[in-house]
Ligand binder design. Structure first.
Ligand SMILES: [Zn+2]
Length: 238
């Protein structure tokens, strides 16, 4: 169920049985010439919409956090980069408020790579409050299985673009792009390295993306996400 649709009275009633809140977290940033700036918001939204159909009676879906931290893509137009400190503090405060409202399990459904480091510290602090926290970074957590469907994943790559096309084919245009691979050593950082790493704002074989592959990715990952959520509930029941 979506928290946005509940009255305060319904909220009070619902949390007698629902102990899990799902917080989608995204980013506004460039995703190459072929995908919209809201890509990292669209994809968690779609996962969550599908999850709601499957387990909506057991999870309260919170409104998303649409802005995050993006050091790497900050040099590109359209990237709204919130500092790691401000972003972490904000997400922690949201989690803390859910805890104060009586929800002891939280799922951070993240759509953006630059958020990961900040979320790690948030998760530790929320766990210290007594919350059980599941973080999902879909492109990292299910990478092995993603590679079986899309061989050229990456930021705005074949996997992400396919997931967007499966939502709406008007949201991305893979014919505008090809395959951009990076030979950079990921252990080295330098000023504006994102402009080299991502060149036109993306990475991977975006030109091979299709809606059909995107649909397969959603179906495959949803099953794995359900397993992770069951694991969260198993830990919470102890
Ligand atoms: Zn993205």
């Amino acid at each position: 169920m979506y928290m946005m649709n509940l009255t305060a009275k319904q909220f009070t009633e619902v949390k007698k049985t629902v102990t899990t809140v799902l917080l989608p977290i995204g980013m506004m940033e460039t995703h190459g010439p072929h995908c919209s700036l809201g890509t990292d918001v669209w994809i968690p939204r779609e996962f969550v919409r599908r999850l709601d159909l499957l387990i909506g009676e057991k999870v309260m879906i919170a409104p998303e956090v649409p802005y995050g931290h993006s050091w790497g893509l900050a040099p590109f137009d359209g990237t709204i980069d919130i500092s790691a400190e401000a972003f972490s503090a904000y997400v922690y405060e949201i989690g803390k408020e859910f805890h104060r409202n009586g929800l002891k399990n939280i799922i951070l459904f993240n759509g953006h790579g630059g958020n990961i480091a900040s979320l790690t510290s948030v998760v530790e602090k929320l766990a210290d409050l007594g919350m059980n926290v599941l973080t999902i970074n879909w492109w990292v957590d299910y990478r092995e299985q993603i590679l079986e469907i899309t061989k050229g994943p990456g930021h705005g790559g074949e996997d992400e673009t396919s997931l967007i096309l499966a939502i709406d084919e008007k949201l991305a245009n893979p014919s505008l792009v090809g395959n951009h691979e990076s030979k950079l050593n990921p252990k080295i950082k330098f000023e504006k390295m994102g402009t080299v790493l991502f060149k036109d704002g993306y990475l991977g074989d975006a030109g091979s993306a299709t809606a059909e592959k995107g649909e397969k990715l959603y179906e495959m990952m949803l099953q794995l996400i359900l397993v992770d959520i069951e694991d969260l509930w198993r830990i919470a029941a102890k």
